[in-house]
Design a protein around this ligand. Sequence first.
Ligand SMILES: Cc1cc2nc3c(=O)[nH]c(=O)nc-3n(C[C@H](O)[C@H](O)[C@H](O)COP(=O)(O)O)c2cc1C
Length: 205
Amino acid sequence: MPAPHSQISVAIAFHSATGHTARQAAAVAAGAAAVADASAALVRLDMLADDDWTTLDEADAIVFGSPTHMGAPSAPFTAFAAATQGRWLEDRWRDKVAAGFTNSGTIAGDKLNTLQTFSILAAQHGMIWVGLDLKAGWATSDGSPDELNRLGSWLGAMSHSPLDLDAAAAPRDSDLRTAEHLGRRVARLALELRRGRTPAAEVVA
Ligand SMILES: Cc1cc2nc3c(=O)[nH]c(=O)nc-3n(C[C@H](O)[C@H](O)[C@H](O)COP(=O)(O)O)c2cc1C
């Protein structure tokens, strides 16, 4: 069932092969669900059922997530993107809020290309892309990797999971809190869109 008029739902459409990106997805969901009148649903793209498509169709916002594989979204994510073509034809996701996150084994790892691919998918669907509104962390000589947005990304949330660490040990907490922040922002903006903002003229009067 679609959310009642005063409430919004955020779907997190993600793939994760070995669990690291799944932790990032859970953090986005926790952030979204922490906003009053917002709910969050995790949709695993490697086991999509009809109900999952319904969850996506009824969501006010969809956050795309995938590990970066060979500098791009993983194959299951790419298959999912292609499978949305019918919805694209029918404009079914137009004006939904969209955002994205990715995780990879090296600090850079060409993750930006993954986020760009998500944002183009959103644009093709007529969705409204929401980036990350956090200053760069770990950007000065006395900075720390424990700061939010330590990887300095604005198109979406990035995280890094060193290749020798399993999903219990990575991504680190600052990356998960960054993902949580993105989830909160998406839910807050989706609520504002649903309820309507105060018209600008009234604000300046
Ligand atoms: C086929 C494949 C390609 C990968 N390509 C990249 C890459 O381009 N850049 C990178 O930094 N890490 C790369 N990795 C590492 C993964 O991004 C990393 O292990 C990530 O934490 C996996 O996330 P998951 O546990 O959610 O599956 C690759 C891993 C695989 C299996």
